[in-house]
Design a binder for this molecule. Sequence first.
Ligand SMILES: Cc1cc2nc3c(=O)[nH]c(=O)nc-3n(C[C@H](O)[C@H](O)[C@H](O)COP(=O)(O)O)c2cc1C
Length: 239
Amino acid sequence: MKKYRAVIGLVFVLMCFLAACSPQKDAAAAVKSVSSDTVSVQVKSVSGTEEETTVTQVAEPSEKSVLVAYFSCTGATKKAAEYAADLLGADLYEIKAAEPYTEADLNYRDSTSRTSLEQKDASVRPAISTGGLMGQDTSGSTDLSLSEYDVIFLGYPIWNGQAPRIINTFLESYDLSGKAVVPFCTSASSGIGLSAENLKGSCSDSAVWYDGIRFGSAVSADDVAEWIHELDIPGRQER
Ligand SMILES: Cc1cc2nc3c(=O)[nH]c(=O)nc-3n(C[C@H](O)[C@H](O)[C@H](O)COP(=O)(O)O)c2cc1C
């Protein structure tokens, strides 16, 4: 998007320049192609002949792009994720279970419920459905291109003291090499414990994990803001 804004600006400047140079003020320019550092522009001169010129773009300052990815069944982690994404100006991605969890599935008092069985078995990897990127119609497609992001905030509820197994599915579905991962969770009373530590095995060794935080289920925007203000993430753009 920034590239296209830069291109439009560049074309505008070029058109102004051509208009100023031309006595008949009828020059026209159209962008032909954009590569990483050059813009090729087709110029129609007053005589009607077409010329092509290549302009080098001025490098933009590098900006870390941030994604807030979260899984939530009863809305608490979702709230925390939305507050964080809003504060950070980040993209928001919901990790959606291909087979949504029912109320019976979430019954941790039943030792045979889906979540109880999944949390007991560290090898379970519940499938993720597509269409989780907020604000974009990506239904039916592989929607998340993680390579676009440098910093991934990763939110989940505590289930039986750990992250839900679907978080392992998420981490194992993408290449997080060299990315910063900032875990956060919500729970009724447990702390974040070893839940984040135990996720590292599902992630590239070169990912840089930040200390995680736990919020109560009644997490507020102020709680999240206080945490984010104190975070020291390189290149982060906070609103
Ligand atoms: C299957 C299951 C297991 C849970 N285990 C714990 C737990 O071990 N410790 C805890 O404090 N809360 C536990 N909770 C409560 C949730 O962590 C808490 O309600 C959380 O905020 C829910 O997040 P969500 O609304 O984003 O799904 C559990 C909830 C469920 C459904």
